[in-house]
Design a binder for this molecule. Structure first.
Ligand code: C2E
Ligand code: CA
Ligand code: CA
Length: 839
């Protein structure tokens, strides 16, 4: 650029003047002064050079702009004023002018710190012969325009650099939809070369279904209705496949506001779309799962804002999802202490903060949006992404009162017969007791009638179980008609019913009631079945004549019924003392049982337990048998109650434990470690020495304690108080597993259960018997299994006899199955073979 001219004659006043300030004009120029004023005041550096490039004339602007005294410039050679280097730069333009044409120069001039950019015209002057005799020079300051130009250029460079090499696709598109410029990313995205794409229009690459939307938005941009738009649409790749894109489009107009081109940013979102779809599918799946489970579930993001509620959570909080989403969990899930009404902190805060799972304190209530409280049990847990980061939280809770309802329902079920709705055996004992007590107070008689339908099996065999069930229901209806109150009638077993008669005036009155019952009962019929011709046998026992306690009274009525059965002629019999063979039989059994152990008449059989999924044997229940010469002397249900009543169960039970541990140890040594379950009777378990017997059996055999499981009953566990819990803990510490036998027939407080160190629940046979034919039982069984699993208890079902029952239980989430379907209890040798049969 031009160096400052080495003039030396600069006048200091001129240096201080602004370059662009006009020459002082005190008054408008007169016509005579006009050329002079024009020359010196013009906003340009004006000179006249002679043929030898000597300055002949220079205007005053030189002084103002560059601090050069024009008077001193006169006669000097240009090169001396502007310096060699600058002269070199301008030489081409100068030469042009001296050659008779207009020369143009653009470049910098600067003096000191001042820098200016100038545009110079070199105009030749011709003499009369038309020869160049001099050159007019005029340099205009274009610094500002130059700066703007530079800025524009730079930003254009930047834009096009960014445009060309942007990671996302970019295009400039004419208002009529042709590509004006496309970048490399867009070409790659759509599979075209730049030239190919520039020959096309937007319409050529758009999916026809999406083109209309795009055009409409473009129209709105052109009409000035919106400044820009975003759109997800589909384009076609050159190869024909669809490319999902996201467009971001704005419009560039010229100064007059005329649309010049669209700037379009194009992002390939095919992957994101695919991912979204996967995610959506996953969500859907999760949602379906959530919808189908019984618990309420709320999920949140890490800031504890609601991200989902399942329908149960909606119902329990009163917040529909659409309203709850995005709100703080504390707005939706308000907890209170059920005892003192104080607010309880939401456990999710701690769960997320410390990345742990938290169980809610018991006795907590959830406040519904409309103010009412529900007792709940819940747990809070963080949700992790695959990298293990906490990305949210989940609250799982359920209505404890519903558990209560279910418990009540189960109690009803265990006290009432599901088929007829009548009180069942367990309820009946209480009722007979009450009737007895009332009669004793009034010093009156009461009676028990034991009814049995003869050959009822034939009904089942002839018409099927469903018909059999309907007959039993109809039969119960028939009996009820003869009785003042429903509660006096109960179903004792399959086809056995008991009637309690609270007031007995005379024995004759009981006999006539009995005859009425028989007449009505035997008339039972079903419209769609041929005549049933039912025959009844009834036994009657009377308090206080025949017995003074409920148990014995019932027993004697049954004995009388058996006596009636034995005689064709009578359909009912009163109990008589000579019928009391039963009691005698008991005494005989008891005596024989005392000898059974020393005489080696007791054996252990093993019934397989199988994995519900694979069907493989995963354990065995140890069942006691009393066989003499290979023939069962008595069934366990007959002799075990006697052993318990007489206390004989203590030595027998200890023997069972030792024997079973030895056998299991033997299998363990043979490399077939089979977990075994041993039944423990209440008398045994409550004995102060029980732990020592157990410990001894384990130590003596050397059996891995993990292979031993004790089957206890609910009643034993629930009613024992703190010593029971202590004992259970000790046994668990020894490494022995604990399971609850006959689950569902006792108190069955599931939430209570969580306080006991129980590993497994064994669903009682009565449930399994009914799951296929009684929807109520099916529902409850499903609920028991689900709740047991939520308490982390393993579930096993016993008495599985059919494939239908097995698949129901399997689907309901039962882990193990046991029953005749998989094998009856068998001697150790046979069980060993069974083990060997399946690798
Ligand atoms: P439990 O503990 O409920 O034992 C299961 C009973 O159900 C066994 O009867 C078994 O043979 C029977 N069973 C198994 N699968 C099926 C099936 O699919 N259908 C049907 N209908 N029944 C099935 P068992 O062996 O007669 O034992 C009766 C009860 O005697 C046992 O009931 C248990 O309470 C008691 N018991 C048996 N062995 C012992 C023992 O060693 N000690 C004590 N304390 N009690 C025992
Ligand atoms: Ca058992
Ligand atoms: Ca059982």
């Amino acid at each position: 650029m031009m160096e400052p001219a080495p003039t030396g004659g600069a006048e200091t006043d001129a240096m201080t003047m602004g370059m662009h300030e006009p020459a002082e004009a005190t008054s408008p120029p007169s016509e005579t002064h006009c050329p002079e004023r024009l020359l010196h005041g013009a906003p340009a550096l004006l000179t006249y050079l002679d043929r030898d490039q000597r300055i002949r004339c220079a205007n005053d602007t030189h002084r103002r702009w560059l601090g050069l005294d024009p008077a001193r410039m006169i006669g000097q050679r240009l090169i001396d004023v502007i310096g060699q280097a600058n002269h070199q730069l301008a030489s081409a333009a100068l030469e042009r002018a001296y050659a008779g044409r207009l020369g143009v120069y653009e470049g910098e001039v600067h003096r000191g710190r001042e820098r200016r950019y100038v545009h110079g015209n070199f105009q030749p002057d011709f003499d009369a012969d038309g020869k160049v005799c001099g050159v007019f020079t005029a340099l205009v300051d274009i610094t500002e325009r130059r700066t703007l130009e530079l800025q524009l250029h730079e930003s254009e460079q930047r834009f096009f650099g960014a445009f060309q090499y942007a990671a996302i696709g970019m295009a400039l598109i004419s208002p009529d939809g042709r590509f004006l410029r496309v970048n490399a990313a867009l070409c790659r995205m759509l599979g075209y070369t730049e030239d190919e794409l520039l020959a096309l229009g937007v319409a050529d690459v758009s999916h026809p279904d999406d083109f209309a939307d795009d055009s409409e938005l473009q129209r709105q941009l052109l009409a000035g209705e919106r400044p820009s738009y975003q759109l997800e649409k589909r384009n076609f790749h050159k190869g024909g496949r669809v490319v999902e894109i996201e467009l971001s489009v704005s419009l560039v107009r010229d100064e007059q506001g005329v649309p010049r081109y669209f700037v379009s940013q194009v992002q390939d979102i095919s992957q994101r779309k695919a991912f979204e779809e996967d995610l959506h599918r996953e969500r859907e799946l999760a949602e379906v799962t959530l919808r189908s489970i019984g618990d309420a579930v709320i999920t949140t993001d890490p800031e504890l804002r609601i991200t989902s509620l399942n329908p149960i959570a909606e119902a329990m909080t009163g917040w529909p999802s659409r309203e709850a989403l995005g709100r703080s969990v504390d707005d939706i899930f308000e907890l209170f202490d059920a005892t003192d009404g104080q607010p309880v902190a939401n456990p999710l805060h701690v769960a997320i903060k410390h990345n742990i799972i938290i169980d809610l304190a018991s006795r907590t209530s959830l406040r519904h949006r409309h103010g009412f409280d529900t007792p709940v049990e819940d747990s809070a847990a963080p949700i992790h992404d695959h990298a293990g980061n906490v990305i949210g939280g989940v609250l799982v809770f359920h209505d404890v009162s519903e558990t209560r309802t279910l418990t009540l329902k189960m109690i009803h079920l265990t006290q009432h017969d599901a088929l007829t709705g009548l009180p069942n055996r367990s309820q009946l004992h209480g009722q007979v007791g009450q009737a007895l007590a009332a009669a004793a107070r009034r010093q009156q008689r009461c009676a028990v009638l034991y009814l049995d339908i003869e050959h009822f099996k034939q009904v089942n065999e002839l018409y099927g179980h469903d018909a059999g069930d309907r007959v039993l229901r109809a039969f119960a209806q028939q009996l009820r008609r003869c009785l003042p109150s429903e509660e006096l009638l109960s179903r004792y077993g399959g086809d056995e019913f008991v009637v309690v008669v609270p007031h007995v005036e005379t024995v004759g009155a009981v006999a006539s009631l009995c005859q009425r019952l028989i007449a009505h009962g035997e008339e039972t019929s079903l419209g769609d079945l041929p005549e049933l011709g039912l025959r009844l046998k009834v036994g009657i026992s009377v308090y206080p004549d025949d017995a003074s306690d409920a148990e014995t009274l019932l027993l004697h009525a049954e004995t009388a019924m058996c006596a009636a059965k034995a005689q064709q002629s009578h359909s009912y019999r009163f109990f008589t003392a000579t019928m009391n063979e039963r009691a005698q039989a008991r005494r005989q059994i008891e005596q024989a049982l005392r000898q059974a152990l020393p005489r080696n008449e007791l054996q252990l059989h093993y019934q397989p337990k199988v994995d519900a999924g694979s069907g493989l044997v995963v354990g065995a229940e140890v069942l006691l048998r009393w066989h003499v010469d290979g023939v069962a002397l008595h069934e366990p249900d007959a002799f075990i109650p006697i052993a318990e009543d007489s206390g004989l169960i203590l030595p027998i039970g200890t023997w069972v434990l030792r024997q079973a541990c030895n056998q299991a140890r033997q299998w363990q040594q043979q490399g077939r470690a089979v977990p075994i379950s041993v039944n423990v009777s209440p008398l045994q378990f409550q004995h102060a020495d029980f732990y020592n017997w157990l410990d001894h059996a384990l130590a003596e055999s050397g059996l891995d304690p993990g292979l031993l499981e004790l089957e206890l009953t609910e009643r034993m566990v629930m009613s024992g108080g703190s010593t029971t819990i202590e004992r259970l803990r000790r046994i668990k510490q020894r490494g022995v597993r604990l399971s609850l036998d006959d689950f569902g027939t006792g108190y069955c407080s599931l939430s209570y259960l969580r306080h006991f160190p129980i590993d497994a629940l064994k669903i009682d046979r009565v449930f399994v018997d009914d799951v296929i034919h009684h929807p109520d039982t099916a529902t409850i069984t499903r609920a028991i299994i689900a709740m047991a699993r939520s308490l982390d208890k393993q579930v096993i079902a016993e008495g599985v006899e059919t494939e239908e029952q097995a698949s129901f239980l399997r689907e309901a989430g039962c882990a193990q199955l046991q029953g005749f379907l998989y094998g009856k209890a068998m001697p150790a040798a046979a069980f060993e073979q069974r083990l060997r049969a399946v690798p």
